[in-house]
Design a protein around this ligand. Structure first.
Ligand code: ADP
Length: 537
């Protein structure tokens, strides 16, 4: 159920993220569209102005000079370079850029070329000019141009009808690179794009014009940026000299601020992906936590039934033998004594169990506090063994002790007793009946080692760490009859660490297991006595 809810939340988050991403993408597309349109507008504006300037300052003057010459002496010669220069200066234009000159008489169909014109160009003019003029005869008063490559040389042929006599067609070839100064002049006329609506400075435009042979005639501004620009190859005959040329225009991304309200939106993808990942991680964590919570709840249920079971066994024994005594069913004083011993044993077992459970509950709430005092550890250990002996006897287990006469340490005697009883209880419970359990106390340089060793089945190496966790019981013991709630060792570890000590389990050479508690000789400076007042009974 919880997994379904979490999956739904994740799907919802993913949907929201997708929506946000789609909105950002369409916003960006719209903004990019505005930038493209601006670049296209700038390209159109440049071509329109450049066409006027080139026609006016470079192309028509040549046609006029040719026309005037024809008018003065019809069918006569062509002006030479010198005359063209003079005429240009007369019109305050500088030298005219024409190279070879041509004339076509539509009435006679004859084509003539100026002296010095390369033969391939003369041949081309004879073959192609009549057709070109026939094509454009409907459009009077306009100049057309045609890029041609002859014998490997580029020629830009400009042609138009004489303004004086409609049957005289005039043409000349030029080098497009000679027009470059005029293109510069186009830009002096003012910015190609208007400023922003609020009267800010004009948006700069990057511009690159290349002729039909790829030779760059004009380059302005930043390098061309195709993301925010257009590349246009001129194919329209009506564009005159620009036919076959390529014009690239783009606006800088920084200009977006001025062209698009709010500027060019930045990609939200990293943020969206980040949020999505975070949401997935949080939901994953929620699943893990929920699983762990459920596992813990199951363990707790096991624990409650195990404790109830543990309590029931000694209580039944106590009631049975108390009744025996009450009803005077014992025959000999020996039997009487045995019943009392059993009652005493089981009462001790109960006390121990209850103490462990309380200790565990305190540890869970974090309210355990020790009463650390300078004490004789040897005496505490001996007392604990003595108190435990009747329970060991009942299983026929003998407890051997290797304890120095006296070892001073700052400890909580009740806690040490509980540690030892828990370890002895396990040794007796899991070790084989009728065998020996060895308790050893060994003072070292900076710690005191307390160990309990048995010849039982031992702890597999893989379980030696986790065995100290609460509720953890080995599978073999979970299945077997041995009672237990899985909190004994966790209580041992808790009490040892409150002493600033550590615990571990090892395998003695003779087999079985050895549980070791190492008390540090410099226990932590706990406000132990102050907290002791809060200790529960
Ligand atoms: P329990 O109440 O089950 O004894 P403990 O925390 O004291 O809980 O022990 C945890 C588990 O460790 C036991 O269930 C048992 O599987 C294993 N264990 C503890 N002591 C011994 C031992 N001396 N020999 C073998 N196994 C042991």
């Amino acid at each position: 159920m919880i997994a379904v809810l979490i999956a739904a939340a994740l799907a919802l988050t993913a949907f929201l993220a997708w929506q946000a991403q789609a909105a950002a993408r369409s916003h960006r597309r719209a903004a990019e569209g505005v930038l493209h349109d601006s670049a296209r507008f700038a390209a159109g504006e440049f071509l329109r102005r450049a066409r006027n300037v080139v026609d006016h300052y470079a192309l028509f003057p040549v046609i006029y000079v040719l026309s005037a010459q024809e008018r003065a002496s019809p069918g006569g010669g062509f002006p030479d370079r010198e005359e063209l220069s003079r005429a240009g200066r007369r019109m305050s234009l500088g030298p005219l850029v024409a190279k070879s000159l041509f004339r076509l008489n539509l009435l006679t169909g004859s084509v003539s070329a100026s002296p010095g014109t390369p033969t391939e160009l003369v041949q081309w003019a004879g073959e192609k000019l009549p057709a070109l003029f026939a094509e454009r005869s409907a459009i009077q008063g306009e100049l057309r141009a045609q890029p041609v490559t002859l014998a490997g040389n580029p020629h830009e042929i400009v042609y138009g009808v004489s303004p004086d006599a409609a049957h005289i067609c005039l043409a000349f070839d030029l080098d497009t690179r000679d027009l470059a100064p005029l293109f510069e002049r186009v830009l002096l006329d003012g910015p190609l794009l208007p400023g922003s609506a609020d009267g800010g400075p004009a948006v700069p435009v990057s511009l690159e014009l290349a002729d039909a042979w790829g030779r760059v005639l004009l380059r302005r501004g930043d390098p061309f940026n195709p993301a925010f620009g257009v590349e246009k190859r001129v194919t329209n005959l009506a564009e005159g000299i620009f036919l076959g040329m390529t014009l690239k225009t783009s606006v800088p991304a920084a200009a977006a601020e001025r062209l698009v309200i709010g500027g060019l939106p930045r990609s939200r993808l990293p943020v969206v992906l980040g949020i999505l990942t975070l949401a997935a991680a949080l939901l994953g964590a929620a699943i893990v936590l929920a699983r762990r919570e459920r596992a813990l709840a199951a363990l707790r249920d096991d624990f409650v039934s195990a404790v109830s079971h543990e309590l029931r066994t000694p209580l039944a024994q106590i009631r049975l033998f108390a009744e025996t005594l009450l009803l005077d069913r014992t025959r000999t004083p020996e039997e009487r004594r045995r019943s009392l011993v059993i009652i005493d044993q089981e009462a001790r077992r109960l006390t121990h169990l209850v103490e462990n459970t309380l200790q565990f509950a305190r540890a869970e709430r974090g309210t355990v506090a020790l009463d650390l005092v300078e004490d004789d550890l040897s005496r505490i250990v001996r007392d604990a063994i003595e108190a435990f002996t009747p329970l060991a006897d009942a299983r026929g287990v003998r407890i051997a002790a290797k304890i120095p006469p006296s070892v001073a340490a700052r400890v909580d005697s009740a806690a040490v007793r509980q540690i030892l009883v828990n370890l002895l209880d396990n040794a007796v419970k899991y070790g084989p009946a009728g065998r020996e359990v060895l308790v050893a106390l060994e003072p070292g340089a900076d710690s005191i080692r307390l160990s309990v060793e048995d010849r039982g089945p031992g702890i597999p190496a893989a379980d030696r760490e986790r065995i100290w966790e609460k509720f953890v019981r080995l599978e073999r013991d979970r299945r077997a009859h041995a009672g237990g709630a899985g909190i004994g060792l966790s209580v041992v570890r808790e009490l040892a660490s409150l002493h600033g000590g550590r615990v571990h389990v090892e395998e003695p050479p003779a087999g079985g297991s050895r549980f070791v508690v190492e008390f540090s000789l410099a226990p932590p400076a706990l406000p132990a006595n102050a907290l002791a007042a809060r200790r529960e009974a």
